[in-house]
Design a protein around this ligand. Structure first.
Ligand SMILES: [Ca+2]
Length: 482
């Protein structure tokens, strides 16, 4: 199992470049109600909200001929079905679950561009309206990246309504077929079939920066049902959205191709994809578009499942960025989901303090951490004891003597529901023994990192987290130095 062996490192970092540069604005348009992979793709993109400015999530329809002839479309009864409304409801559920309803989430068009026999009449919708407003308010040097993982009605309509916005967007879409070797297109693909007019309209646009991931590139990117169910944590609401979606929508499928997730990850992981230029199909205006021709499958799997674990532990991350001169609460690890524990923090390590010894308190069964005590020699020569966690009725371990001149810079160990084990990391690269049990699926490491010059980027001031009769979660509290 990949996850069992994957050591996930959580670095407390405050790279200036991350915050100083403007974040790329991104919009995702999804036919979320269609199959199960849109949910995975949306969640993966939303997990990138610290690196990107995700400004909108619009809904797309998945109108198709089967809805008129079959009684069911996946779990939905087709009688009176309103596809774009299903996508919209799911989009809202995802944003609510992740606490991100502040991201715009307008409704998209309920039908294709033009008519069944053709035509490029746009379908205005709240989505095209909000997209226009967003694009019009961009500074001169900025573009909006739009990702679309369903029928491209909303994006084609946007351009049909106002073609001047073409120079202000970069489009990334999933759909269509393209055989890179033979340089042959086929429009026989679901997203295209749901709005062939829109796809043709987009292919006829010159001056549009467009990158397409065709079916051929996505096909190898498959998830195994049993593995996916096993890896998604039942205690995490966001992960449950993904598991539930598979169970409800495509329960009989032992494997699924994650088409839409492939597009989102191709966008997020440009180093792990190959891009070729392709001449548009011969029945369209002749110019080139970009094709994601290959994806690094291992990098994609590792990225996705690594993020699942990382976000499971980090979901309570404070939203404010660290500033010089401001105490910062770093990411926490541990079983945060129930939030049954009381909040707990200790901040008292000052500049030039010397931690002399650390004592860890474990449960009676010795397999879970309850808390710890730091014995600090203050500048004025007095000894101060700092306590973290709930140390009543615990078993104290032999104290760990800290070397003189060495400072505490972080912790590592394993966590599950609770902090199963902990060890302490020091400025000279040394590490205390590990205290606690062997449990905990998630290896964690929280530490203050060094800059290029080898200087620590911050100073550890203490810890924050939550506790029941055990230590439930823990994060570093630190003072940024750069
Ligand atoms: Ca889709």
């Amino acid at each position: 199992m990949i996850m069992k062996n994957l050591l996930i490192l959580f670095f407390v970092f405050f790279s200036i470049s991350l915050y100083a540069q403007h974040k790329q604005k991104v919009w995702l348009d999804a036919d979320t109600g269609n199959e199960m992979d849109d949910v995975y793709a949306i969640i993966r993109l939303l997990w990138a909200k610290d690196e990107l400015d995700i400004v909108g999530l619009s809904s797309a329809h998945f109108n198709n001929a089967d809805l008129l002839s079959f009684e069911k479309w996946n779990q939905y009864t087709t009688l009176g079905i309103k596809p774009v409304q299903i996508s919209q409801r799911l989009n809202e559920e995802i944003l609510q679950t992740m606490g991100l309803t502040n991201i715009a989430h307008p409704l998209g068009a309920d039908r294709q561009m033009g008519r069944a026999w053709g035509g490029f009449e746009p379908r205005p919708s709240p989505a095209t309206e909000m997209l226009l407003t967003t694009i019009k308010s961009l500074p001169a040097n900025e573009k909006l990246d739009i990702l679309t993982i369903g029928a491209s009605t909303n994006i084609a309509s946007l351009i049909a309504i106002d073609s001047t916005i073409k120079s202000k967007i970069r489009l990334f879409s999933m759909g269509g077929r393209y055989d890179v070797g033979r340089k042959v297109w086929s429009k026989n693909e679901f997203n295209v079939r749901c709005d062939l007019n829109a796809f043709d309209f987009l292919l006829n646009q010159t001056g549009l920066d467009w990158t397409i991931i065709p079916v051929e590139t996505c096909v190898p990117y498959q998830f195994d049902r049993a593995q996916t169910y096993a890896k998604l944590d039942d205690r995490n609401a966001t992960e449950q959205l993904m598991e539930k979606r598979w169970i409800e929508t495509n329960p009989e499928d032992k494997t699924r191709i994650l088409w839409d997730l492939a597009l989102v990850q191709a966008y997020l992981l440009p180093k792990n994809v190959a891009i070729v230029e392709a001449m548009t199909p011969s029945d369209n205006h002749q110019h080139t578009v970009k094709i994601y021709s290959k994806i690094d499958l291992k990098a994609f799997y590792d990225d996705f499942w690594g993020m699942v674990v990382q976000k499971r532990n980090n979901f309570q991350m404070p939203s404010h960025k660290p500033k010089l001169g401001e105490v910062h609460y770093g990411n926490k690890v541990g079983g945060l989901i129930g939030q049954e524990g009381a909040t707990n923090e200790v901040i008292g390590i000052e500049e030039n303090d010397q931690i002399q010894q650390i004592k860890v308190c474990l449960t009676k069964t010795l397999d879970v951490v309850k808390g710890f005590e730091l014995e600090v020699l203050k500048k004025d020569g007095k000894i101060q004891k700092l306590y973290f966690g709930n140390t009543t009725d615990g078993i104290w371990q032999a104290p760990y003597k800290v070397k003189k001149g060495v400072s505490l810079i972080g912790i590592s160990g394993a966590s599950g529901w609770y902090i199963d084990s902990i060890s302490f990391l020091f400025s000279d690269g040394s590490k205390s023994p590990t205290y606690g049990g062997k449990g905990g699926d998630n290896d964690y490491k929280l530490q203050i990192t060094k800059n290029d010059k080898g200087q620590f980027r911050g100073r550890l001031m203490g810890f924050w987290g939550s506790m029941t009769d055990k230590l439930e979660s823990i994060g570093l509290v630190f003072f940024p130095l750069e």
